[in-house]
Design a protein around this ligand. Structure first.
Ligand code: TXA
Ligand code: MG
Length: 337
């Protein structure tokens, strides 16, 4: 199959909408990461997503909508708190899990009786949803197990020959996938941290952080969010997190320079390192770290890095999402300095 890469202008959006109505899969930009979109109500279209991505079919998809009234037909019940959070954070990088209605096929939800829904804020994503007139199921547009794509070129690397169209809407502003929560009556449970932070959610309700966010699931333990159980975001290089001060980090990495290691580092740190560096962010620059993270992980492989050191990020704000993804990329390998 020939894969077209077009700008997300009115012609591109019109073609995307037509392909989606025909049951095809299209790569689209969102504010978090690029998505691999298809009609969420068509089981055949959903199955095409799993096959393009090489994804296990028990890992459910997020359904993307462009207006609040499009939520209700997808859900059996919508808690009051979910409406409060939708008013506060939609459109934006927040995904909420609901009991699903009969309209949503099990092929979209990985066989679960719940459905994850979010309203993206990227104008091109909104335009594609509106013009297609469909709720769109969309996982991140990477091959399963690879770092999520934050640029159209990343999607092209993974999906060339597998899907008919990718829309280029520029680099993703957030850079990590949406926050995923299960919503109760008076509290939420954080299953995957993202751009809507614990601090932001806590202004509206109590927030429980699921144990799987920062810890490895034990053998046989059940993941509330099935995506958390798979090895994720991993480049071919071995990523190693170093837990210590900036000085400790610089000393440790430079001491291993002869082994040909790489580092993800801020500009200031890079100036003091004698190893090749990938531009990341530094202390208190968690927004920049989130934006750069997946591009850094992809660059590790392009540069042929075998070992990549990263300083353990601060877990405040979107830093919790950066830490969550890095721990998975590192297979939970952390060296305490
Ligand atoms: O930012 C994002 O959320 C991006 C963009 C494209 O919107 N999408 C994305 O989708 O990250 P994906 O499929 O790569 O990750 C979805 C996560 C997975 O960890 C999945 O297990 C979880 O959400 N999830 C989806 N439906 C669920 C459900 N019904 N119950 C629990 N977890 C669910
Ligand atoms: Mg993903």
């Amino acid at each position: 199959m020939e894969t077209k890469l077009l700008p997300a202008d009115s012609a591109g959006i019109a073609l995307a909408a037509r392909l989606l109505r025909e049951g095809q899969v299209v790569g689209i930009p969102t504010e978090t990461v690029y998505g691999l979109a298809a009609n969420a109500l068509d089981p055949e279209a959903a199955r095409r997503i799993y096959s393009a991505k090489g994804r296990p079919s028990d890992n459910p998809l997020i359904v993307h909508i462009a207006a609040l009234e499009d939520l209700y037909p997808l859900t059996a019940r919508c808690p009051r708190l979910a409406e409060t959070l939708a008013a506060a954070f939609w459109p934006g990088p927040l995904t909420m899990i609901f009991q699903k209605s009969g309209r949503v096929p099990p092929a979209t939800t990985g066989g679960m009786d719940t459905v994850a829904v979010r309203m993206p804020s990227h104008p091109a994503a909104q335009a594609v949803i509106r013009e297609s007139g469909l709720p769109l199921a969309a996982p991140s547009a990477n091959l399963s197990g690879k770092p999520s794509p934050t640029r159209a070129s990343h999607v092209y690397e993974d999906m060339n020959g597998r899907i008919p169209l990718i829309l280029d809407g520029g680099d993703c502003a957030v850079g990590v996938e949406s926050t995923v929560i299960a919503v109760g009556e008076d509290h939420v449970r954080l299953l995957r941290p993202g751009g809507i932070t614990v601090e932001m959610l806590s202004r509206h309700c109590r927030v429980e952080v699921d144990g799987g966010v920062l810890h490895q699931l034990r053998e046989g333990e059940k993941a509330l969010s099935p995506g958390m159980k798979y090895k994720h975001y991993a480049p071919n290089a071995q990523v190693i997190l170093l837990d210590g001060t900036e000085e400790d980090f610089l000393r440790y990495v430079n001491a291993h320079a002869a082994e040909g290691v790489f580092a993800m580092a801020s500009r200031a740190e890079a100036a003091r390192l004698v190893v090749p560096t990938l531009p990341f962010g530094g202390e208190r620059e968690e927004t920049e770290q989130a934006r750069r993270l997946f591009d850094c992980l992809r660059e590790c492989d392009e540069k042929g890095a075998r070992t990549v050191y990263v300083r353990m990020p601060d877990a405040r704000g979107v830093g919790l999402a950066v830490l969550n993804r890095l721990l998975r990329a590192a297979g939970f390998t952390v060296i305490k300095l």
